[in-house]
Structure formats: structure tokens, C-alpha cells
Ligand binder design. Structure first.
Ligand code: PNS
Length: 163
């Protein structure tokens, strides 16, 4: 039986904590579809297309069974359309747990055939978040320990002082 999972998120931008979860999920599942939510409620720094391109570059070494696309609407519908039986989410710390528990229960109610699988982010990335990476980049700090090279370059280009 082929095991298919989706890994949904805003990924604005993808961090090394996300990448670590994607790498480990890529080892667990036969197909992993990373979905970038097109969230009309949040103002994003990068467009969905830019985020998809950054993530594709970062996950290319994991193999052709890892795909990246944008999606609209409910995660469970994205999972169903993709033929996925699992939603992968990362947990960095206990503080992530409450919101993730609520999301997992909501998704299970909406689509009982889709289960959520949690992976603990690697300890060294427990402090990393997309918003922190954006803030550090905005004020000229080094984000290379926090995000994949494609994202670090995109952040640098975005916040480059213009003369
Ligand atoms: O990276 P994020 O912002 O923590 O990801 C949150 C995400 C995209 C997984 C969540 O907001 C989501 O699933 N949104 C799609 C809408 C949906 O399915 N809502 C009901 C489940 S909470």
C-alpha cells in the first residue's frame, strides 16, 4: 500500500525547522506533497509561486517523491484531492501543541479518513520561526542558520537596501 501525506503550511518563508520535518517525512512516506496555503487573510512577504520555487529548490535532494504546490481552501480537501491519508505537521515546542491539537481535531472531524502525524522538529531549530527569520533579515542579520540557502538569498534580495 502506498502511503501518501500532505505537509501544509504558510511557509512564508520555509525555515530549517520546516525543512527538517519535510526531510524526515520524506523518509516515512512514499509520496509527500508540500502544500503552500494561498491565504487571502494574511499578507505574505513572498507570493505563493515564490514560496513554491524556494521550497522546490530546498527539497530537491529528498527525491522525486516529494512535490510542492500551492493550494486554496481546506487542508483536508487538499489531502483528499492528492490521495493522501495523512497530514504532517511539525512541533517545535510545547507552545505549538495547543493550536496543533485543535487543528488536528478539526481536520479529523472534517475528514475522518485523514489522520495527522506530528514530527518533533530537530532540537537545534526549536527556536526558528518564519516571522523571526523575516525580522532578522529585515534588520540585516544573518539568517543562514535559520533558513535554506534559497530562502536566505530571497530574504537578502528582498531587504537589500536600495540606493
Ligand atoms: O504554517 P502555518 O501557518 O502554521 O499553517 C497553518 C495551516 C496552513 C496548516 C492551516 O492554517 C490550514 O490548514 N489552513 C487551511 C484551512 C483549513 O483547512 N482550516 C481548517 C483546519 S484548522
Amino acid at each position: 500500500m502506498s502511503r501518501v501525506a500532505v505537509f501544509p503550511g504558510s511557509f512564508d518563508p520555509m525555515t530549517n525547522a520546516h525543512l527538517d520535518v519535510a526531510q524526515r517525512a520524506a523518509e516515512l512516506f512514499d509520496r509527500l506533497l508540500i502544500g503552500v496555503l494561498n491565504n487571502t487573510k494574511k499578507t505574505a512577504l513572498f507570493s505563493v509561486d515564490q514560496r513554491v520555487a524556494q521550497i522546490r529548490e530546498a527539497v530537491a535532494p529528498f527525491g522525486p517523491h516529494v512535490e510542492v504546490s500551492g493550494f486554496d481552501g481546506l487542508t483536508v480537501d487538499f489531502a483528499r484531492r492528492s490521495g493522501a491519508g495523512f497530514i504532517v505537521r511539525g512541533l517545535r515546542a510545547v507552545s505549538d501543541f495547543e493550536a496543533e491539537l485543535q487543528m488536528a481535531h478539526t481536520n479529523r472531524k472534517l475528514q475522518p479518513a485523514v489522520d495527522t502525524v506530528f514530527l518533533m522538529s530537530a532540537l537545534e531549530y526549536g527556536y526558528v520561526s518564519s516571522s523571526l527569520a523575516k525580522e532578522v533579515a529585515q534588520f540585516g542579520g544573518d539568517v543562514t542558520p535559520m533558513v535554506p540557502p534559497a530562502v536566505a538569498n530571497a530574504l537578502r534580495a528582498h531587504f537589500l537596501p536600495r540606493s
